[in-house]
Design a protein around this ligand. Structure first.
Ligand SMILES: NC(=O)c1ccc[n+]([C@@H]2O[C@H](COP(=O)([O-])OP(=O)(O)OC[C@H]3O[C@@H](n4cnc5c(N)ncnc54)[C@H](O)[C@@H]3O)[C@@H](O)[C@H]2O)c1
Length: 397
């Protein structure tokens, strides 16, 4: 049986979600749309064949037909929407970031758990086809021990006024984009591995705003792995979404958006929409074949609704949203203090006491193996370390 959805917000992400929910031959249906402005609610209802529209959030949440609420509202309204879902006893799926900070996210987590309602964190980039394949390889051990997971999301900045207002958005590029990058790295490193501390540089380089428009951060995990995020609202040339994972046995590079193997040249005649945040529609372009699917929305809703039906947690929950918000709080503190800042997680549900040490690779009883190599003069050699003396030697094989 398909799901009946009350959609809160008819803006940018509300429409992407609707394209996914009503795309292909989906049985899932939006039955109520809430928007602040009557014209936007009506337009959305007309575009997506939604029978009920309203300018009252409570009315949409309490719609009798709806069995799940999707929160696609500005960041400062997530908490009120989620609390209303708790009062109504309705399942709730909330877009990213969960809260504007860890305290807000924690209140939301506690509220849904107390109300006993199904909750999902709509982190679409953890559902892209490339990510799903990559995470299977990582969890299957193809990359060995994960040492470094880097994720980058940079683009020329968001499209609505509220994003640029620190009070409503809760922050700048870190909160808006870093949440994706941090959760991607957490998945690769292991969500049960505790994030310990964060070092972050952030600056307002270009835009006339209070929040940061550019930042780079490092998240140190208890296993010794490093998560790295690179975010910007000042990047020119479209939306750059790339991940790199490095392990003791292998490497993964993922390019999600620019230069994905689809390149097109046009003089601009018949210029049309190319893909999200593309800055030009002439010259050489990098369209995306199936944007809705390639950004993870289809797989994300499938996991959410299947999990609801099977009475289990989806891959991304409010708890994940809370951990991500807490890491970002530390990033903001570090950008101020210019020091490593601890991640304060009052509610930690993963492993504790994970050792960062690796088992040293044995060569034989006397030596550890540092490296084995064939050089351009066709020497096959090993570089070894004596276990007792610590001396490093080379041997031809
Ligand atoms: N990839 C993603 O997962 C992704 C992408 C973009 C945005 N988002 C998230 O979705 C949420 C909404 O972002 P968006 O880009 O759709 O925003 P938007 O400005 O395009 O749409 C916001 C919607 O909220 C409604 N609204 C209600 N009260 C409002 C108020 N006081 N001020 C402004 N709008 C109000 C508006 O009517 C509108 O329908 C944000 O939390 C954002 O971080 C997620």
């Amino acid at each position: 049986m398909g799901k009946k959805i009350a959609m809160l917000g008819s803006g940018f992400i509300g429409r992407f979600y609707a394209d996914s929910l009503h795309g292909q031959r989906s049985q899932d249906q939006i039955v109520s749309i809430y928007s602040r402005k009557k014209e936007s609610a009506q337009k959305f209802a007309g575009d997506y064949g939604v029978s009920h529209w309203t300018c009252s959030m409570e009315e949409a949440i309490q719609n009798k037909q709806a069995d799940v609420v999707v929160v696609s509202l500005p960041n400062n309204l997530h908490e009120a929407a989620v609390l209303e879902c708790c009062r109504a006893g309705k399942a709730v799926l909330c877009t990213k970031p969960l809260g504007r900070n860890g305290a807000e996210a924690k209140r939301m987590l506690e509220a849904v758990e107390k109300a006993g309602i199904f909750h999902g964190y709509l982190e679409d980039l953890c559902y892209t086809p490339k990510f799903l394949k990559a995470i299977r390889s990582v969890r299957g051990g193809s990359l060995g021990k994960i040492l470094w997971a880097k994720s980058r999301e940079t683009h020329p900045g968001p499209h609505s006024n509220w994003f640029w207002d620190k009070e409503q958005a809760g922050g700048g590029a870190i909160l808006d984009l870093g949440c994706h990058c941090i959760e991607l790295a957490r998945n690769f490193i292991g969500k049960d591995i505790r994030p310990k501390e964060v070092m972050c540089w952030a600056a307002t380089q270009v835009k006339p705003i209070e929040a940061e428009d550019h930042a780079i951060g490092l998240v140190q995990y208890e296993s010794g792995a490093i998560g790295q995020f690179e975010v910007s609202w000042t990047f020119r040339g479209g939306m750059d979404l790339r991940d790199e994972v490095m392990g003791s046995e292998g490497t993964i590079w993922i390019n999600n958006f620019l230069r994905t193997g689809f390149e097109m040249f046009t003089t601009g005649k018949g210029a049309e929409y190319v893909s999200e945040k593309t800055e030009s529609n002439t010259g050489w372009l990098f369209p995306v074949g199936d944007e809705i699917n390639d950004l993870g929305y289809n797989h994300m809703f499938t996991d959410m609704f299947r999990s609801m039906e099977q009475n289990k947690e989806p891959a991304e929950t409010f708890y994940d949203g809370y951990v991500v918000n807490s890491i970002m709080d530390s990033a903001y503190r570090s950008a101020q203090s210019r020091k490593w800042e601890p991640v304060n997680l009052e509610d930690w549900r993963g492993k504790t006491g994970v050792s960062p040490e690796m088992k040293l690779p044995d060569y034989d009883d006397q030596f550890y193996l540092i490296k084995e190599e064939t050089t351009h003069d066709l020497r096959h050699k090993v570089i070894l370390k004596d276990k007792k003396t610590g001396k490093i030697v080379e041997r031809d094989l």
